[in-house]
Design a protein around this ligand. Structure first.
Ligand code: HEM
Length: 131
């Protein structure tokens, strides 16, 4: 019952939700995230999260995660940050990324919440220009 409820919430969420393992490999990508990045599920599962971001982050993301595993000092987990996403068609879009660390019985996973801020960015830019 509760598992079905959680699945329905994730499936119908407006924001993208992506789960990765400690190597950065995608384990769950909800429909909103598939749509935002322009891929279907089978193109993403088991692949590295770094395929969804432009350079230089793409080459460095494994290192970011390794740094965190060694130091325990988070830079995004529990804080959030504005970052850039890379779609399948090569276009780049801004989103607010929040990450939570989930300790399961035998291992750890990370859940990323992808909140598209393209529209906020456009209005911010307009305000700046006409201020
Ligand atoms: C760390 C970028 C997606 C998990 C980082 C850092 C950056 C970054 C810049 C390091 C920050 C620093 O050291 O100052 C991005 C970009 C993404 C993205 C551009 C666009 C797709 C994700 C997603 C997840 C994730 C979806 C989880 C599902 C992590 C983890 C760390 C990290 C676990 C290390 C912990 C931390 O620094 O808080 N990422 N990330 N990232 N990212 Fe990502």
């Amino acid at each position: 019952e509760s598992e079905n409820k959680f699945n329905s919430i994730i499936k119908t969420a407006v924001d993208g939700i992506i789960t990765i393992d400690t190597h950065g490999l995608m384990e769950m990508v909800n429909p909103a995230a598939q749509k935002l990045f322009g891929y279907n599920e089978s193109e993403l599962l088991g692949r590295n999260i770094n395929m969804l971001m432009p350079e230089p982050d793409s080459s460095q993301h494994d290192g970011y995660m390794e740094r965190y595993h060694h130091t325990g000092v988070p830079h995004i987990i529990g804080i959030g940050r504005e970052v850039s996403g890379l779609r399948k068609d090569g276009s780049v879009f801004p989103f607010f990324l929040s990450i939570s660390e989930v300790q399961l019985a035998d291992r750890k996973v990370y859940t990323g919440f992808v909140h598209d801020i393209t529209r906020q960015k456009v209005s911010e830019e307009r305000l700046r220009r006409y201020a």
